[in-house]
Design a protein around this ligand. Structure first.
Ligand code: PR8
Length: 470
């Protein structure tokens, strides 16, 4: 197990995010702390999506014949489907699949719902659990067999241009979302051999974890008319003809939580962005025999004020244990801001604030009038600085190379992401993956001038990224 992997497992347990001891491989239990992080994260996502999507909820089970309808799609998932074969003791005459994703659950209904051009576009999403019998090594939150937090959006459009536009819009949505979490990413168009089964093309978000491997954290698929033709999703145009629709879908999973934990965490444990931290501020009274009551009552007022006036998730830790022990625990749990108040601070009109992300402690003047505003500003400042820090770390680890030899050197020494010019030929791309034992993430953009492919020397106009991946 790599150092990061060990760290990750340990912190999931210590910070009580999930319990991995559930007796089915790849399926875990969300604990209260983890569930809160998940809840706050979903709230951010839903707020963004709800601006122009509708939330729906489809059944978990998909009839075998529907799942099998789209040949390429079913081929892509056939090794990974869990089947329900019995109802009690009775064998079902039609097997039912636990959804690995919901295209084949949703699109037969879209075929009933979409009627006229005036119904379009349709933008629905749901947050559900999906099941994939992953054959690769499972890892908590990263590669699970029950994806508990599968956010999937499915849109329907009258024409190709509108679907293209939606792909860009979905990329913008995911950028906004990851930016709020301070999780940095690279966006690429996946190579042909790695696109979603049934899609025309796939655009993917990858982030970099501390061990130098990338993690795919979100995908946007342009489905073209493939599913529309399979499921007969048509609409009547203004002139009364029937046309097949164009579709997109895009999804995120439990990996969003894994990336928050992995990208921001450090040797002291979790380091949570204020937006998703179960507690944003913890108040630790520094108590001596003298002035104990005064300090406690001051801290109680402070807690009330932050909670009631500021809507800040604040908590007064007045347990009768050493302050040092409290510091250790809250740092491990990733609380973004700690306020320490002792008798002398009250006399001086000061308090000590400690930022988790840079472990900085400073004494600040205490102004009762401006307190809520000051703390909110501090939290905003932390959000921005955490994002800066994680983006710097990602950018530092993208290295441009001119040849496969150079790529090999870089990957051996530094890990991280390699950027290079690629001719775009599948054979050449796969050859590189094999030689370098990495995955080709995909094409980032066309290079400005004709360059030479780092592998085969043919003309290349595609800046492409490669990395060891999860
Ligand atoms: C779709 N259909 O399904 P996608 N554990 C954790 N996360 C995972 C796992 C896993 N075993 N497998 C995939 N993911 C489309 C889009 C509806 C929505 C994550 O797309 O198969 C990946 O990060 O690409 C991926 O980006 C996301 O789920 C969506 O899965």
């Amino acid at each position: 197990m790599s150092k990061f992997s060990e760290w990750f497992h340990k912190i999931l347990e210590e910070a009580e995010i999930i319990d991995t001891r559930y007796p089915i491989k790849g399926m875990h239990v969300w604990l209260p702390e983890g569930f809160k992080i998940r809840k706050h994260t979903l709230k951010i996502l839903k707020e963004i999506l709800d601006q122009d999507h509708e939330e729906v909820l489809f059944p978990l089970l998909i009839p075998e014949d529907e799942l099998a309808k789209e040949a390429i799609h079913v081929k892509g998932f056939e090794d990974e489907v869990y089947w329900v074969t019995h109802g009690g003791l009775t064998e079902l005459n039609k097997k039912l699949a636990l959804r690995p994703t919901s295209e084949t659950a949703i699109y037969p209904m879209y075929s009933l719902w979409v009627r006229s051009h005036s119904d379009l576009p349709f933008k629905y999403y749901q947050v559900v659990n999906t099941f994939r019998y992953e054959t690769k090594h499972t890892r908590p939150l990263i590669r699970v067999r029950e994806i508990t937090t599968f956010k999937e959006a499915h849109t329907v459009h009258a024409d190709k241009e509108d679907a293209e536009k939606q792909v860009n819009e979905a990329v913008r949505i995911y950028k906004t979302f990851f930016d709020e979490l301070g999780v940095p990413y690279v966006v690429t168009t996946r190579p042909e051999w790695d696109k979603f089964p049934g899609a025309d093309y796939t655009v993917a978000f990858d982030t970099l974890l501390p061990d130098g491997k990338t993690l795919q954290i979100g995908t946007v698929h342009n489905l073209g008319q493939t599913f529309a033709k399979t499921f007969d999703i048509t609409y009547e145009t203004e002139s009364g003809e029937h046309e097949y629709v164009y579709q997109t879908c895009y999804g995120l999973s439990d990996r969003i939580i894994a990336s928050i934990i992995g990208v921001h965490g450090d040797e002291k444990g979790l380091c949570l962005p204020p937006a998703v931290a179960p507690l944003q501020v913890v108040i630790v009274p520094i108590i001596f025999k003298e002035g104990k009551e005064e300090v406690l009552s001051f801290c109680k007022d402070l807690e009330e004020k932050l909670k009631n006036q500021g809507n800040i998730r604040a908590y007064l830790d007045d347990r009768d244990i050493r302050a040092g022990k409290k510091f250790y625990e809250w740092e491990m749990r990733g609380v973004p801001l700690r306020i320490e108040v002792g008798p002398r601070d009250i006399q001086n009109g000061e308090m000590v604030v400690f930022s988790r992300y840079n472990l900085n402690k400073e004494t600040v003047k205490f102004d009762s009038e401006k307190l809520v505003q000051d703390i909110n500003n501090l939290l905003d400042d932390i959000t921005g600085k955490m994002a800066d820090k994680s983006w710097k770390s990602l950018n530092k680890n993208i290295r441009s190379v001119k040849s496969t030899d150079e790529a090999l050197e870089q990957i051996k020494g530094n890990k991280g992401i390699i950027s290079f010019n690629w001719c775009g030929e599948s054979e050449c791309g796969k050859d590189m993956e094999e030689k370098l034992r990495v995955d080709l993430l995909g094409v980032q953009y066309s290079s400005k001038e004709d360059e030479i492919c780092a592998n085969c020397g043919k003309p290349a106009r595609k800046i492409t990224l490669m990395a060891k991946t999860y």
